[in-house]
Design a protein around this ligand. Structure first.
Ligand SMILES: *[C@@H]1O[C@H](CO)[C@@H](O)[C@H](O)[C@H]1NC(C)=O
Ligand SMILES: *[C@@H]1O[C@H](CO)[C@@H](O)[C@H](O)[C@H]1NC(C)=O
Length: 183
């Protein structure tokens, strides 16, 4: 009995649900010192570093949905200035539909939905919140793609459309390749 209970507890506390197992390839600590690039018609191209952590988060009993937590902290490579932090949660349903919610100190919150497949997660913007005094242009659409190339390298590409660029579709905004960290 004791063994059974222990087994049950260790399962519920340290295992991804079968749905979230579809995200197992992205779980972990990823870091790029300076491979990130920011492109946008209205700003000079910049190089950045980013630290990305995606881990199993504690379960909220009331919701009973397992989320992975998400943190991304970016800095400018040339000036070492802090760019922004994003915190959030991601989860997947049985069909592979994924939802990512983020909140950033650039003044944006996002609600992104998409699909996870083998080593690839593509999310598009479903809803966005923005503080009224943000200096940034309103974002009208966004597509975020994660691709794991192999055991060591993960790439993230963000494409977007703001009130002024481009007229239709998306324009690449950032691209960064992370290296897997041991812890
Ligand atoms: C994610 O959850 C883990 C496990 O509870 C915790 O140690 C970690 O600090 C959390 N990370 C974030 C960014 O909330
Ligand atoms: C999964 O996403 C697709 C495309 O957005 C949608 O048509 C479908 O209804 C979703 N499935 C579930 C179970 O929510």
């Amino acid at each position: 009995m004791i063994f059974l209970l222990f087994f049950f507890f260790s399962l519920t506390n340290s295992e991804l649900t079968s749905y979230n197992k579809q995200l197992e390839w992205i779980v972990g600590h990823w870091r790029s010192e300076f491979s990130g690039k920011v492109f946008w018609p209205t700003v000079p191209t910049m190089t950045f570093g980013e630290d990305l952590k995606i881990m199993e988060a504690p379960l909220a009993r009331s919701a009973n949905v397992q989320f992975l937590n998400f943190s991304a902290r970016a800095w400018s490579h040339s000036t070492k200035d802090h760019f922004h932090d994003e915190w959030g949660f991601v989860t997947v349903d049985p069909t592979g539909n994924a939802t990512l919610m983020t909140s950033g100190n650039n003044g944006f919150t996002t609600y992104e939905v998409g699909h996870v497949s083998h080593n690839k997660l593509v999310l598009t913007l479903k809803d966005i919140g923005r503080i009224s005094f943000s200096r940034d242009l309103p974002v009208e659409d966004l597509r975020r793609t994660f691709i794991r190339h192999d055991d060591r390298f993960l790439e993230q590409v963000i494409e977007m459309r703001t009130a002024t660029h481009p007229k239709i579709g998306y324009l690449e905004h950032t691209r960064v390749v992370y290296t897997k960290q041991d812890s």
